[in-house]
Design a protein. Structure first.
Length: 166
């Protein structure tokens, strides 16, 4: 099993350069026999509240929601044969790839949190995207041990993005 050659990101709201930068920063988080890809969506407070209510039975606005495509295990190699339903076949010049899931970010909450934490909107958006991507890869923060591991991974990616904590 070799590391995936790359991560791919589908997101209409981010430019090509930002998508490429984000994907490059995610490299090293997971091993796979196919490239891994995520969908990143931005929405407003009411839409994310509705999703949160519908999917998690929590009736409030939140900053980010993750919808993993499968039950990936944190830190474990991702084999396409074990996640066949997540494999998108080759199309044209694009190789086959493995869908990790969707991450939905509330732009309004990201703006509020950037101001609250005293850092840039860009840093907050990328932090939320990284956080969501890690959930799609099977990481969580339910226990202190899980939280420490997830925070370490988040900081690793944020440093690669050049967006350290202030």
């Amino acid at each position: 099993m070799k590391a995936a050659s790359k991560f791919c990101l589908e997101c209409e709201q981010l430019g090509r350069r930002e998508r490429k930068r984000f994907c490059k920063a995610l490299e090293g988080l997971a091993e796979s026999d196919l490239p891994l890809f995520l969908e990143l969506l931005f929405t407003d407070g009411e839409t994310i509240r509705s999703l949160n209510r519908e999917k998690r039975n929590v009736d409030r606005v939140t900053d980010v929601l993750s919808f993993p495509a499968d039950n990936f295990e944190a830190g474990k190699s991702i084999r396409s044969a074990e996640h066949a339903d997540c494999v998108e076949p080759k199309r044209g010049l694009r190789r086959a790839r493995l869908y990790l899931g969707s991450v939905v970010i509330c732009k309004e909450r990201a703006e509020e949190q950037a101001e609250e934490y005293g850092h840039s909107y860009e840093r907050e958006i990328f932090y939320l995207a990284v956080h969501g991507a890690l959930h799609c890869l099977g990481y969580d923060h339910e226990t202190e041990e899980e939280k420490a591991i997830m925070r370490e991974k988040e900081e690793y990616v944020m440093q690669k993005l050049g967006l350290k904590r202030i």
